[in-house]
Design a protein. Structure first.
Length: 207
């Protein structure tokens, strides 16, 4: 099965001070296909009936998308071009009030229980069957802000309804640490695109 990279070959990060920086080639490769490279977690054992809470974050504490982006820039977090576009989309909405939400992390292989990868549609459907929910758009940047100790080589795809981009494609957020600093980028997330079974996804736990 051929895996879709879903990323442009060059990812440019916008950092504080107006300076652009590019990630390392290794970061591009691992992020594009999921977690097949450094720091990968096999994670192909079936998910249990009740996915464990991995992390709790707060959402709804910013009043505008501009404020969210300003917070990312203030912490010198790399913002990929596509992620920057997504933050400006009307479809990028914020919670009306501050609440805490629980997140779970599962690999594509745990959800679909196949070793040859799975499509975004399959991954989302199996997560919902497990009792999880797709993340709100705000979860991507909020997780990036509230996960400063992310380990080197970890890349997490946000399980979310993809946002429509300017070129007509659909994209989700990815948060990672490629060695040059923490970043948030966007990647193609069309329903029929396939990712590796090792790719790890973040979902919201249903209350």
């Amino acid at each position: 099965m051929r895996y879709s990279r879903g990323l442009q070959s060059s990812v440019v990060f916008q950092r504080g001070g107006g300076r652009d920086e590019k990630t390392s080639a290794a970061a591009h490769f691992v992020t594009a296909i999921g977690n097949d490279g450094m720091g990968a977690t096999p994670g192909c054992e079936p998910a249990g009936a009740d996915a464990a809470v991995w992390k709790t974050i707060v959402v709804g504490n910013y009043r505008s998308a501009i404020a969210v982006r300003d917070a990312l820039v203030a912490r010198r977090i790399g913002i990929g071009d596509l992620a920057g576009q997504m933050l400006r989309l009307p479809a990028f909405t914020l919670m009306p009030r501050s609440i805490s939400i629980d997140l779970s992390v599962l690999s594509a292989g745990q959800l679909v229980q196949r070793s040859d990868g799975a499509t975004f549609a399959e991954i989302h459907a199996h997560a919902i069957e497990l009792g999880l929910e797709l993340c709100a758009p705000e979860v991507g940047p909020q997780l990036r802000l509230q996960y400063p100790d992310q380990r080197l080589g970890e890349y997490l795809l946000i399980g979310m309804a993809p946002l429509p981009t300017a070129d007509g494609s659909e994209a989700c957020f990815v948060v990672g640490n490629g060695g040059a600093g923490l970043f948030i980028i966007g990647r193609s997330a069309g329903a029929n695109l396939t990712v590796s079974s090792h790719a790890r996804f973040v979902f919201t736990r249903r209350h």
